[in-house]
Design a protein around this ligand. Sequence first.
Ligand SMILES: [Zn+2]
Length: 438
Amino acid sequence: MQVCDGIISADFIVTQNERREIVRDGAVAVRGARVAAIVSRVEAERDWAPAWRRSLGRAVILPGLINAHTHAPMTLLRGLADDLPLMEWLNKHIFPCESGLTPRMLEVGTALACAEMLSCGITAFADMYLNERQIYRTVDKIGMRALVGEGLFSFPSIGYADPAVAFDLAREQAGELAGHSRLRYAVCPHSIYTTGPEILEKSAALAAELDLPLHIHLAESGEETRMSLEMYGCRPVEVCRRAGILGPRTLAAHGVDLLEEEMELLAQNGVSIAHNPRSNMKLASGIAPVPALLALGCNVCLGTDGAAGNNRLNLFQEMSACALLHKVFSGDPTVLPAQTALDMATLHGARALSWPELGRLAPGGPADLAALDLASPGLTPLYNPVSQLVYAAGGHEVCLTMVEGRILYEQGRFSSLDYRELLLEARQLALLCAGNAA
Ligand SMILES: [Zn+2]
């Protein structure tokens, strides 16, 4: 008999391994924070002696999804202002509200984001925000996995009164997380238009010195390009190239307004692009040239962006939006097949976060997974599990989410947070947020 902590069995296991194997009537054995084995249900019952079992039956188990770009506390601003031009939305609603965010609001907004992400199968995310320490301490308590970083600007933020100390703060935060199993740090210059060449160069130097990933908003819209030409006399990708921040550990969010040669440069330098289709559509930022980037060998992953602009942190919605958007835009229904969308939300996300062992289920790998109840309305019959995950599932069918071997969400219940309390406080704090925005 083999010993392990837990066994979860289901009709299908979508492993996302190199062969994209799907195990029928399978089971995942979990030992500590890792997957001990993936075996048949029969073997799991015959050869393994776990402390606990979950026999999910008509369900599919998949690697935990990876949200490669978000701003967790913005859940508190969800639906505060919609259907507005980008600059009016930012300047009249989002920025005034953000300047009034208290440490407690950041904690509550982050917990709300974690609850939402766990409930739809997300186990890891890349976050960039203000006063990031409040955010990662909350994520740590809840038990999710994240690549976090303090947003670096050329002006004061609620994270620091003086931009001169921003790099010291980032260095301190990176030091605090060194060696953590679930939290890693990225240097996060916010964008080319909120920083400048000096901050971008210092960001590249800090990332190189501490061997950290770098996360930035890049080429989000035609408006950003216009501002870049005015401020620096060149386009956003060129600003980044000159500052030395285009490398294999760089995660660039959006990549919407790109020329052919810029796409080639990003691909050649191994830059990962986080595509945020619903945020881009809702804010009318444009359509990222995802099929062309993929064809060039660029690592394109998926993100939700913040909940103020999306308005959900749900990668099932993003996978389907991504596939549909690029089919209609190209006029070719064979573009961006379901398997590619799922790869973007798992394997590509893992690479983008510089955390390549994530995004797949394999013996010895991290026990980060989600399970969907296939008896949920809308998922029967089932011919192809991957098609069902991308085109039919909405995220609400997720019945179990595990991070590092711990079940954090199961059948509507969260094991590491008091959801009812959280909702009450979030509603109260939202009243204050709305007051700040008015
Ligand atoms: Zn963003």
